[in-house]
Design a protein around this ligand. Structure first.
Ligand code: ADP
Length: 319
């Protein structure tokens, strides 16, 4: 292994830059040539390689987004696109590739590994929906962003004694909703993994009012439906007046938390070590606070369950 390359792909997440920095500097420390690929798999197909020096990743550990830029590439999903990508890797002398991204990016990484290119995946997504790791890079930052928003909404919700729906990201999973809901002291957390009825929400609001609660905050993971629709239904069926805040892409940005920077640094370094050990088609993951590694196809075949114990706790603590 003499030359490695790194790219960021799919949805950006705070901490991706810290992971790229760790890959570049660990690689250089071990005497490797390190190339950065601009715009993920699309840039790989378009041959957008650049040589990385230790100074190329200066001043990025604290920045959100990704300096390598990211993209979604339909072309890479085709065998022709992947053939071109592999040819470019070979032409640039790349012996191993590190892909930082979500499950879609991992599926792409696995295809490249099948074609004979050693590939290691680093889980970078705010959704925390990748199996075989307790945390993905960006999740902690996104949760803290949501909690900060809940704190602010709570001030005005309390002053006006309002019911407030806060829609957060999570198309298929409620990890952000649950952790932010628990940390923010929300009364109700609606997630795709747990069925709910409008009556459940109304009951909780009425019970809270009876015991003198001044506000009622309902976190809605986007995967359960639009918070605006739920708000309308609450108005129509129970006469509940509600306000809605949709946090949207605010959750993607911002300076990464210390947790995400440390996680990204450790995962980036481990990914380089795995390539040096001759490993391929592995992803790094955090298990019991240790950095472990797993077969990517095995990981993609698992389902990351929501912590239902934590879900129940959020309900108990908001009575
Ligand atoms: P994320 O990595 O955040 O889940 P996407 O699902 O958009 O984001 O995946 C990022 C990119 O990975 C896609 O644009 C595509 O180029 C590549 N990709 C996704 N799924 C596959 C697949 N099944 N086979 C090959 N490449 C894929």
């Amino acid at each position: 292994m003499k030359c490695i390359a790194v790219l960021t792909s799919g949805g950006d997440a705070p901490g991706m830059n810290a992971a790229v920095r760790a890959v570049v500097r660990t690689g250089i420390y071990h005497g490797l040539k390190v190339l950065g690929i601009i715009q993920g798999y699309q840039g790989l197909i378009e041959n957008k390689f650049q040589q990385m020096e230790a100074s190329s990743v200066a001043d990025i550990i604290h920045r959100g987004g990704t300096r390598l830029l990211t993209a979604r590439s339909e072309e890479f999903k085709t065998p022709e696109g992947r053939k071109k990508a592999l040819e470019n890797l070979r032409a640039n002398g790349v012996d191993g590739l590190i892909v930082i991204g979500g499950d879609g990016s991992f599926a792409g990484a696995s295809r490249l590994a099948e074609m004979g290119m050693p590939v290691i995946g680093i889980p970078g997504t705010i959704d925390n929906d990748i199996p075989c790791t307790e945390a993905t890079i960006g999740f902690d930052t996104a949760v803290n962003t949501v909690v900060d928003a809940i704190n602010k909404i709570r001030d005005t919700a309390t002053s006006h004694q309002r019911v407030w729906l806060v829609e957060v990201m999570g198309r298929h999973s409620g990890h952000i909703a649950l952790e932010a809901g628990l940390a923010g002291g929300a009364e109700t957390v609606l997630v795709p993994e747990v069925p709910f009825t409008l009556q459940d929400i109304v009951k909780k609001v009425k019970k809270g009012r009876q015991r003198g609660k001044l506000h009622n905050i309902i976190i809605v993971a986007e995967g359960v439906g639009s918070a605006l629709d739920i708000s309308k239904k609450l108005e129509e069926t129970a006469g509940l007046e509600t306000k809605v805040t949709i946090l949207g892409h605010i959750q993607r940005g911002g300076t990464p938390t210390a947790f995400d920077r440390v996680l990204a640094s450790r995962m980036g370094a481990e990914a380089v070590k795995l390539l040096l050990q001759g490993k391929t088609n592995r992803m790094v993951g955090l298990i019991n606070r240790k950095i472990e590694n797993f077969d990517i196809d095995y990981a993609l075949a698992q389902r990351k369950e929501l912590d239902l114990e934590m879900y129940r706790l959020a309900g108990i603590l908001s009575i």
